[in-house]
Ligand binder design. Structure first.
Ligand code: 4AD
Length: 422
């Protein structure tokens, strides 16, 4: 007899039938006249019941939380059961009898992080990881439809992309190397070959601040496009975000509802998104030119609008060396951060400097060593073109889509300044 998914039973597909399921004991209630076991698999949680007259009664009494089991029985609709269905156990096989499970109700966040390898079995984690998986799927689908190529860059690099302060240094044979912060500089070389490219890869940032949206290792989606300029970039990003939101809302409607997420808000999301220049943003916050927006500022700005918003035209010195100064006002760059409700900055994108002289001056301005960037300057020496791209922190997007409070909820084994175990 084939095993069925618990979710299918909860969808009413096997009512009245004899089924076989396999999963883990989620809760148990052992009573004299009947024992109930909630069994979970990735698709759902179902109640099973056994009475003392069963020859499997004694075996069932041994069951502990998180024991793995196979169960055969008849599916009955039962309004009192969580999920509305119950399996009356006819046969039971214990596969792995669990020791006393360390996670009980009132455990601290810190303890749950210590037993992360077990905590990821929780229903909430399962639901969020399903949303995460759908995000990856949506990204690939979007780029397939647009005719983009997926391509990768090395994780070991010799120089900084996003500034020296968050670089992880590693020993590289007898040299010093860094873990990559971004695929971008290599992507700028690869567009001369493929023109329209994207990637999903880990990026590394030695973030010393402990916030609810920073990881030391995160999954970075980036795209780079030949001939694309700033205005087109913003349009592309809007279309992308709306596509992913709709895709995930559709694919994970059940999961999102169970997580308490307002799915309609995601389904309704439509470009164009609001835009605000940096200058206007700091005015709203009552700050001076040169003020760097904090996480809290960003969340405040986006909360007022209640939908994703681009902040654009940042002061040049505040941003990266490769960003193109606005030809109409060279003290600002053609860059945009997309702020998302509850999270703040989720994408960072820009048009890149494509003029050789301008790029050389920029390296000087940012006090970067030209010899580390010779290969990058070559890209402006041999058939340069305007181009643009953006990067998006997948975990931040998952936070917003799933309604997770903390970035650590969105990745199975988060790496932060204080966490390398498990
Ligand atoms: O704004 P960032 O630093 O931009 C870049 O790396 C560009 N090279 C991207 C590009 O144009 N190709 O990072 C992009 C995004 C941020 O908006 C944020 O969502 C995410 O990466 N991010 C982080 N996510 C989690 N933890 C961290 N420590 C992050 N740092 C950046």
């Amino acid at each position: 007899m084939e095993f069925v998914e618990i979710g299918e039973i909860l969808d009413g597909k096997h009512t009245g039938e004899k089924v076989a399921i396999r999963g883990w004991v989620y809760r148990e209630r052992k009573q004299k006249t009947v024992s109930f076991f909630l069994i979970r698999d990735d698709s759902g949680i179902i109640q099973t019941a056994i009475k003392p007259d069963s020859k499997f009664w004694d075996e069932a009494q041994k069951l502990t939380i998180e024991s793995s089991v196979k169960i055969w029985g008849i599916v009955k609709e039962d309004k009192r059961a969580p999920g509305g269905y119950e399996i009356q156990i006819e046969k039971l096989e214990i596969v792995g009898l669990a020791e006393r499970f360390p996670i009980t109700k009132d455990k601290s966040e810190e303890f749950l992080r210590d037993v992360r390898h077990l905590w990821i079995r929780s229903r909430r984690m399962t639901l969020i990881f399903k949303v995460r998986s759908a995000v990856f799927e949506a990204i690939h689908e979007f780029y397939k439809q647009k005719g983009y190529y997926e391509i990768q860059a090395p994780s070991f690099t010799g120089s900084a992309c996003e500034g020296g302060s968050t670089l992880f240094e590693v020993k590289y044979f007898d040299k010093k190397a860094y873990l990559t912060q971004s695929w971008q500089l290599y992507a700028e070389a690869m567009i001369f070959s493929l023109q329209r490219i994207y990637t999903i890869a880990p990026s590394f940032r030695a973030e010393k601040s402990r916030t609810r949206r920073h990881l030391a290792e995160y999954w970075h989606h980036e795209m780079e496009t030949a001939w694309m300029q700033f205005e087109e970039l913003l349009k592309f990003e809007e279309e992308f975000i709306a596509f992913v939101a709709h895709y995930v809302a559709e694919k994970c409607e059940k999961e999102l509802k169970e997580l308490g997420r307002d799915v309609e808000e995601l389904k309704k999301l439509k470009p164009p998104f609001k835009r605000m220049k940096y200058e206007e943003a700091i005015k709203k916050l009552g700050k001076e030119w040169g003020y760097d927006l904090t996480d809290a500022d960003e969340r405040k700005l986006v909360a007022e609008i209640g939908a994703p918003v681009f902040i654009t035209h940042f002061p040049r010195e505040m941003k990266a060396f490769y960003m193109r100064p606005d030809p109409k006002d060279k003290k600002v760059v053609l860059a945009a951060d997309l702020l998302i409700p509850g999270v703040g900055e989720t994408t960072g994108g820009s048009e890149r400097i494509y003029d050789l002289k301008e790029l050389e001056e920029s390296l000087k301005l940012f006090k970067l060593d030209k010899k580390d960037y010779e290969w990058y300057l070559d890209l402006r020496r041999y058939g340069t073109i305007p181009h643009s791209g953006f990067g998006l922190g997948i975990e931040r997007l998952v936070m917003w889509l799933s309604g997770a409070e903390h970035i650590m909820e969105t990745i199975p084994f988060p790496r932060t300044i204080t966490r390398l175990y498990p």
